[in-house]
Ligand binder design. Structure first.
Ligand code: FAD
Length: 387
């Protein structure tokens, strides 16, 4: 293993906490700085996707750090896509013909908390919350933080700094603004944004609709999806244009219009969402974008991972899974690398082609999912008519 071992990770999200755990297991001295409060103590889930599709890629990462069995109870298997048409007809389109092939729905908060617990249990890993990174001096391998509680600025130095600070990465911004090397960067937004809503459980805590599926109400130019949660609820996400079409986020401004929209296009879902209007006006509308950049590293000093390096739109359900896979792939290079720079270079060379590919596939799948329900039901109907 290479000698320099004092490591800073910016961001204790899904990727940062897994990276901290893995580097901690390998014996590095790891210090993690997270801008938000500790999610195990404060509820900070609103505004981000509350649950996620967790696939084989993600499970392999859990196996690497030996916590796959602890993750299992957090998972709800989704065996297929439950497609809903405008009349309330449904078809379950299985992900595979085999019963043991499915993806899981998992709570972001529960998974993140488990990773934080596991990382913090190692004596060589320390996690500081309420520390916002404000700048990274990548030439001198120092990171600047603002400490919310004491209202002070601190500067920390390390042998190497990892930016796992998500789509709005400060490390990436420092590369870009620093103009010290040829850094390529693109950020492309969809015309659609998203808003999270909820289907609560029944009074007995049961699921109001079929539990083991990813529900999709595809309406060609917009769609609604729902993933199950362990408490019997579903997290529902509306993907809709900001300003195009008869109904869009900019013109859904009154209770009446929201109800009209849902009555017209998502009647069966509306019947399951007593708090729709409250949720709609309380929860934020957020943009969806793809970020690509290169290089991910600066010399042997710094490296971007996860969404900080390659944020993608969520329509393949692979952003977190790909971020976890970054850690798995990066880990392989740690065995052979002589120095950080050669490890960083080799990692990006082998990895970027895959993350660029999933970014493009995720955009394609947006169009597939929006249209899929109508096409699938149409195909099924024709099959029945011809039989
Ligand atoms: P993040 O989860 O964004 O974590 C970054 C962390 O860094 C955060 O804790 C943040 O507070 C912290 N941070 C940020 N800036 C600073 C700073 N300046 N200083 C210190 N800390 C900082 N992926 C899937 O695999 N399956 C899905 O089903 C899925 N669904 C999604 C649905 C939606 C609506 C969205 C938006 C995304 C979805 N994703 C999904 C993608 C997934 O959320 C991301 O790919 C994943 O969160 C990336 O993890 P990360 O740790 O790289 O970044």
């Amino acid at each position: 293993m290479i000698k320099q071992n004092n490591v800073i990770i910016i961001g204790a999200g899904l990727c940062g906490s897994l990276l901290a755990l893995r580097l901690g297991q390998r014996g590095y001295k790891v210090t993690v700085y997270e801008k938000r409060p500790d999610l195990r103590k404060v509820d900070i889930s609103s505004g981000r996707s509350i649950n996620l599709a967790f696939s084989d890629r993600g499970i392999k990462a859990m196996q690497l750090v030996g916590i796959d069995k602890k993750v299992e109870p957090l998972c709800i298997p989704m065996k297929g896509r439950m497609l809903h048409d405008e009349k309330g007809n449904t078809i379950l389109a299985p992900y595979s013909g085999r019963d043991n092939e499915y993806i899981n729905s998992i709570s972001r908060g529960d998974l993140n908390a488990l990773l934080l617990n596991e990382a913090e249990a190692l004596p060589n890993v320390t996690i500081y919350f309420n520390h916002k990174c404000t700048n990274v001096d990548f030439e001198n391998t120092t990171a600047h933080f603002y400490q919310y509680e004491t209202k002070t600025n601190i500067v920390e130095k390390a042998d190497v700094i990892f930016g796992a600070d998500g789509a709005g990465s400060i490390l990436r911004k420092s590369y870009y603004l620093g103009k010290k090397f040829l850094f390529s960067f693109s950020q492309n937004y969809l015309t659609h944004g998203y808003k999270e809503l909820s289907i609560p459980p029944t009074e007995n805590g049961e699921f109001k609709t079929y539990k083991n599926a990813l529900h999709i109400w595809g309406r060609n130019s917009f769609m609604l999806i729902a993933l199950p949660n362990l408490d019997g609820s579903f997290t529902v996400t509306l993907f809709l244009s900001y300003n195009e079409g008869e109904y869009n986020f900019n013109n859904l401004t009154t209770k009446e219009r929201v109800l009209d929209f849902f009555k017209k296009y998502f009647k069966d879902a509306l019947d399951l969402m007593p708090n729709l209007v409250d949720n709609f006006f309380t929860n934020p509308t957020s943009p969806l974008g793809t970020i690509k950049c290169s290089p991910w590293h600066f010399k042997s000093n710094t490296l971007l991972l996860g969404d900080a390096a390659h944020a993608i739109v969520p329509f393949y359900g692979q952003g977190m899974n790909a971020s976890f896979e970054d850690v798995v792939e990066f880990d392989k290079f740690l065995d052979d690398g002589k120095d950080w720079e050669s490890i960083f270079k080799a990692f990006e060379k082998s990895r970027k082609i895959d993350t660029d590919a999933i970014a493009d596939l995720a955009i394609d799948n947006f169009h597939e999912m929006k249209g899929h329900v109508n096409n699938a039901i149409f195909r099924e109907k024709r099959k029945l008519e011809m039989a």
